[in-house]
Write a protein that binds this ligand. Sequence first.
Ligand code: ADP
Ligand code: TRP
Length: 321
Amino acid sequence: MKILSGIQPSGQLHIGNYFGMMQTMIGHMEQSELYVFIVDLHALTSVRQRDKLAAGTLEAAADFLALGLDPDKCQFWVQSDVPEVCELTWILSTLAPMGLIERCHAFKDKVAKGLEASHGLFSYPVLMAADILLYQADRVPVGRDQKQHLEVARDLAQKFNHEYGETFVVPEPAISDSTAVVPGLDGQKMSKSYGNTIPIFVSGKDLKKRVMAIATDATPVDDPKNPDTCTLYNIFKLFASPARLQEVRDLYLHGGAAYGYIKLELVELIEDYFAEARRKKAQFQADPGMLREILHKGAQKARAKATVTLDLVRDRVGLKY
Ligand code: ADP
Ligand code: TRP
């Protein structure tokens, strides 16, 4: 079983990325053929500062490794180090119906948030399909926000197979329900581009500031509240033990849940949860040469797989003469 997923180096990785994707991927390392990559070409659709993109790429790599990804047990690389993906993107784009891509809501959402409506942003789902199909992935663990993009990848695989003969594996999305959408500080989806995140590696005062900023309503402490619609509770439940979560849930339901105290407890829980990873990240960041070496080796492994697929595709469509 080939499992693949990518993440954009467009800002500090946050707990939504962690629970929506990174944790799942790391968990698959032992049993599956795993493909994890940092999608810098996708990030170009929103990051225009050269240093931010380059540093963000290395930092995302340090994050994954610190959280436990073992590069010897998977393919771990930077998207642009395997240029074959761009050629496949073009080939797929000649098959991609305009209507299919126009229906993707991420483009409209991002433009509504102020991103420039570039052609790259529009065709983002085609590059993502190429990412997935190039490695013949069976399963793609992502947060719910990526479900529609997975459908585009499936549609393009099926269309290609129909037009040119069986070539691509049709990938399945893997969306875990418990963590499908981690809410941000404002209750919307937590996202680097919405400025509402709790970064994985923030700690001390900065962490406290973020957690204290989680939006809560004005219901008095002693009144019953609905935990399931409360942003604070939905973040708390990712970190609390089952027994503690049940206690807090009862306080919500029967009265007595004090948001301020729950926030302070959450700060401690997050500190502890990532303490070990925080130490490891500092070690990786102190050695960017080693990070680059790991990524370049990973790209070589990934590229060897990519060229096999691209060779077949070129032949299928008539680019081999
Ligand atoms: P962002 O929206 O912060 O830019 P990305 O688009 O780079 O994040 O997403 C990387 C991965 O993390 C994807 O699999 C995405 O579905 C997942 N993800 C991002 N935000 C969340 C969230 N709030 N809840 C769950 N998963 C998320
Ligand atoms: N579009 C994804 C996101 O924003 C990132 C991504 C790019 C990806 N290529 C991928 C995810 C391939 C899974 C598989 O989160």
